[in-house]
Design a binder for this molecule. Structure first.
Ligand SMILES: Nc1ncnc2c1ncn2[C@@H]1O[C@H](COP(=O)(O)OP(=O)(O)O)[C@@H](O)[C@H]1O
Ligand SMILES: [Mg+2]
Length: 303
C-alpha cells in the first residue's frame, strides 16, 4: 500500500539500522505487513542482523541461503507478470510469528549488469509488491544516485537519514535540499546522542524552514542495539525487550512505548530511551502515511 525510501546524503549514517528498528516496531507493535528490500549492489548490512549472513558474500553453494530467492528472483517473476503473493513470498525470507518479509538484495556484482537487469525493472517489482503488503521499505543507495532519486520521486515518503555531524547536515542542506518535496519527507537522526548541542530541538530551530516536530525524529545510540546487530540477534532482542512472544499479542510493556507517555519516564535507561524514541518516530511515520488501523491490509484480509 505504501512505499518508503530510506536515503542518506552519505553512507554510514545508520540508515540500514534505522530501517531495521522501524520495520520491527511497525511489524511487532503496529501489526503492519512489512517488506524490507534494498537496491545496494554490495556492502550493505541488511540481511545480516536478521538472518546471520549478508547477500553478495560468496559461500559454498550448499550454504547459500540466498540462492534462487531475493530481488533477482522477484525481477524474474515480475518480468513475466507472475509476481503474486505466493511467488513473492517464495522470493523472501520470512520469520515465524511475525508479519515481516525480507527480500534479500541482488547477487549481481557488476554495476552495468545491475542497471540493465535490475535497475530498469525494480520499479515494476515494487509496484507489484505494494499490492501484497502494508508498507514496503526500501534501503536505497546514499548520495547522488540516479536509481535512488527515481525511487524517491515515486515514493509515498522518503526517510532522510542524518547524524549529528555538522559535515553531514551541511552536505544535505547545501547539496540536496532543493531536490526534495518536503511534504513527503521525514528526517531521522540516527545514532542519536541527546546530550549533544546538535540535539533535535536545536536542529528543529536551526532548520525550521524544513522540519518541525511532525516530520522529524531520532533513533538513539544503544549499546544493546549495537550488540544485537553484531550478533545477528535483532529480532530476538526486540522481541525480548518488547516482551512479545506471539504475533497476535502486544505486551503491556510494548503498548507503553506507543502511548503518549512523557519521555522523562524513559530518560535514564539507554535501552528504554532507544525504544521510546524509535516508537515515537514510527508513530510519526505512520501518521504521515495516514495508515489508520482500519486501512491495514492484514485487518482487511483477516490475517
Ligand atoms: N542506534 C544505533 N545504536 C548503536 N549502533 C548503531 C546504531 N545505528 C547504527 N549503528 C551501528 O553503526 C554502524 C553503521 O550503521 P549502518 O546502519 O550499517 O549504516 P548505513 O546503512 O548508513 O551505512 C553499524 O555497524 C551499526 O551497527
Ligand atoms: Mg546501509
Amino acid at each position: 500500500m505504501s512505499k518508503i525510501v530510506f536515503w542518506s546524503p552519505l553512507h554510514g549514517q545508520g540508515q540500514t539500522s534505522n530501517m531495521h528498528i522501524l520495520a520491527l516496531i511497525l511489524s511487532l507493535l503496529y501489526k503492519k505487513k512489512i517488506l524490507l528490500m534494498q537496491t545496494h549492489i554490495s556492502m550493505n548490512n541488511l540481511e545480516g542482523p536478521l538472518v546471520g549472513k549478508n547477500v553478495g558474500i560468496d559461500g559454498s553453494i550448499d550454504d547459500n541461503i540466498f540462492q534462487d530467492i531475493g530481488l533477482d528472483a522477484a525481477v524474474m517473476y515480475s518480468r513475466i507478470n507472475m509476481l503474486n503473493k505466493n511467488t513473492l513470498e517464495s522470493c523472501c525470507i520470512t520469520f515465524p510469528e511475525t508479519s515481516l518479509l525480507l527480500l534479500p538484495g541482488t547477487e549481481i556484482k557488476n554495476g552495468e549488469i545491475f542497471e540493465q537487469d535490475i535497475g530498469r525493472n525494480v520499479f515494476k517489482v515494487i509496484e507489484d509488491i505494494e499490492k501484497y503488503v502494508d508498507i514496503v521499505m526500501i534501503d536505497a543507495n546514499s548520495g547522488n544516485n540516479d536509481l535512488s532519486f527515481k525511487m524517491i520521486s515515486s515514493a509515498d515518503l522518503t526517510v532522510i537519514n542524518l547524524t549529528q555531524r555538522r559535515y553531514v547536515l551541511d552536505t544535505f542542506f547545501q547539496e540536496y535540499a532543493g531536490r526534495f518535496d518536503f511534504g513527503k519527507v521525514f528526517f531521522l537522526i540516527g545514532n542519536y546522542d541527546k546530550n549533544s548541542g546538535y540535539n533535535i530541538s536545536n536542529f528543529q530551530k536551526k532548520y525550521r524552514k524544513y522540519l518541525g516536530k511532525n516530520n522529524s525524529g531520532v533513533i538513539p545510540y544503544s549499546t544493546r542495539y549495537l550488540d544485537a546487530l553484531n550478533e545477528c540477534e535483532l529480532l530476538k532482542m526486540v522481541r525480548n525487550v518488547l516482551n512479545i512472544k506471539r504475533f497476535a499479542e502486544i505486551s503491556s510493556f510494548g503498548r507503553m512505548f506507543i502511548k503518549k507517555i512523557k519521555p522523562g519516564r524513559f530518560q535514564n535507561d539507554e535501552t528504554e530511551y532507544f525504544f521510546y524514541q524509535a516508537c515515537q518516530s514510527a508513530e510519526k511515520i505512520v501518521t504521515k502515511l495516514n495508515l489508520a488501523e482500519n486501512k491495514s491490509f492484514m485487518k482487511r484480509r483477516g490475517a
